[in-house]
Write a protein that binds this ligand. Structure first.
Ligand code: NDP
Length: 292
C-alpha cells in the first residue's frame, strides 16, 4: 500500500526527474521545481504540477524531497525559503560529505524544519523498481512517519541511525568501493585487450572475481573490526608479490600501472612493518594510519 501524500521535489536532474516521475506514477500529487524550468516539462506531461518558484513548490506539500548536485546547490535553493519550509519535512537525497550533512541538519533545526538526510545507492533506471536502494539518517520517528510515502520510490529503504552524517558515511564508503572496483575492472579490460583477449571474453571470468570479492567481505570485515589478522590461506607478502607481477605484465605492454603501484605500495609498507605473514585485512589499518 502506498499513501497518496502530496510530495514536492526540488531538483530535476536525471535523478530528481526519476524520483518525481515515480511519485507521479505512484499516485502522489507531485509538485516540482527546478532552477532550469524547462526540465519540468516531461513531468508536467506525466501529471506533475510545476511551481514557478521553490517557495511556491514547498507550500504545496508537507513532504519536500531535494535532489541536486551537492549541498552547496541544496543550500542555494533552501536557504532563501527557510521560512516557507518551517514545520515541513525536508528529505535531502543529495550526495555529499558527512560534515555537510550534519551542518545541514543543524541549519534545518535552527529554522524549525524537520530534516532527514539520505542518499541513493543505485542509478536512475532503478528508481521505482525492486533494485532501488535508499539510505537515511536522522530522527527515526520522523523517518517512520514519512516512510510509507518514501516507499513509493520502490526498492529498499534503510534507516541507519540518528546521527545525520550516517547516510553520507555509508554513501562515501560504498562509492569508494564502487570506484576503486570500477578502476580495477577497467584496468583488467586494458590488460586483457593488450594480450588479444577482448573485454567481452574476459567478462564471465571477471564476474566470478567480482563475486569472490563480495563473498570474502564478511570475513575480512570481521577481521578489520576485530584487529585480528591470522594470515590463514593468503599472506600479504605473497599478495604484494602477485601485484608486482601484474605491474610487470602491464608495463611490458605499455599499460598504465599507477593504480596497481598504489595498491602494491601499501602492501609493501605492511610487509616492511613486519606484517607480511598476516592477511590482507591488515591493509585497512594501514589506510587508517595514512601510512604514506
Ligand atoms: P546532477 O548531480 O548533475 O544534478 C543536477 C541537478 O542539480 C539539476 O537539478 C541542477 O539544476 C541542480 N543544480 C546544480 N547546481 C545548482 C545550483 N547552484 N542551484 C540550484 N540547482 C542546482 O544530476 P543527478 O540528477 O544525476 O544527481 C543528483 C544527485 O543524486 C547527486 O547528488 C548525485 O550524486 C545523486 N545520485 C545520482 C545518481 C544517478 O544515477 N544520476 C545515482 C545515485 C545518486 P539545473 O537543471 O538548473 O542545472
Amino acid at each position: 500500500m502506498t499513501d497518496k501524500t502530496p510530495v514536492t521535489v526540488l531538483g530535476l536532474g536525471p535523478m530528481g526527474s526519476a524520483l518525481a516521475g515515480t511519485f507521479v506514477d505512484a499516485g502522489h500529487p507531485t509538485t516540482v521545481w527546478n532552477r532550469t524550468a524547462s526540465k519540468a516539462e516531461p513531468l508536467v506531461e506525466k501529471g506533475a504540477r510545476h511551481a514557478r518558484s521553490a517557495a511556491e513548490a514547498v507550500a504545496a506539500s508537507e513532504l519536500v524531497v531535494v535532489n541536486v548536485m551537492n549541498y552547496a546547490a541544496v543550500r542555494a535553493i533552501v536557504e532563501p525559503i527557510a521560512a516557507d519550509l518551517r514545520g515541513r519535512t525536508l528529505v535531502n537525497l543529495t550526495a555529499d560529505l558527512t560534515d555537510r550533512a550534519r551542518d545541514m541538519a543543524e541549519w534545518a533545526a535552527g529554522h524549525g524544519i524537520n530534516y532527514i538526510d539520505g542518499a541513493i545507492m543505485t542509478p536512475t533506471e532503478s528508481i521505482g523498481g525492486p533494485g532501488a536502494v535508499f539510505i537515511y539518517s536522522g530522527d527515526e520517528e520522523l523517518y517512520q512517519r514519512w516512510r510509507p510515502s518514501l516507499a513509493s520510490l520502490g526498492g529498499t529503504h534503510s534507516h541507519l541511525g540518528s546521527d545525520h552524517g550516517r547516510a553520507a558515511a555509508y554513501d562515501a564508503a560504498l562509492l569508494d568501493f564502487f570506484w576503486t572496483s570500477m578502476n580495477g575492472l577497467m584496468h583488467a579490460f586494458a590488460l586483457a585487450r593488450a594480450e588479444g583477449v577482448s573485454a567481452t571474453e574476459l567478462t564471465p571470468f571477471a564476474q566470478g572475481i567480482g563475486q569472490l570479492t563480495v563473498d570474502l567481505a564478511p570475513d575480512l570485515a570481521s577481521r578489520a573490526d576485530g584487529g585480528n589478522f591470522p594470515g590463514e590461506g593468503s599472506l600479504i607478502e605473497s599478495n604484494a608479490d602477485s601485484m608486482g607481477h601484474l605491474i610487470e605484465a602491464s608495463e611490458a605492454r605499455g599499460i598504465d600501472a599507477s593504480v596497481l603501484r598504489a595498491a602494491k605500495a601499501i602492501a609493501d609498507k605492511a610487509v616492511a612493518e613486519g606484517h607480511g605473514k598476516e592477511d590482507y585485512a591488515r591493509v585497512v589499518e594501514m589506510y587508517e594510519r595514512g601510512a604514506f
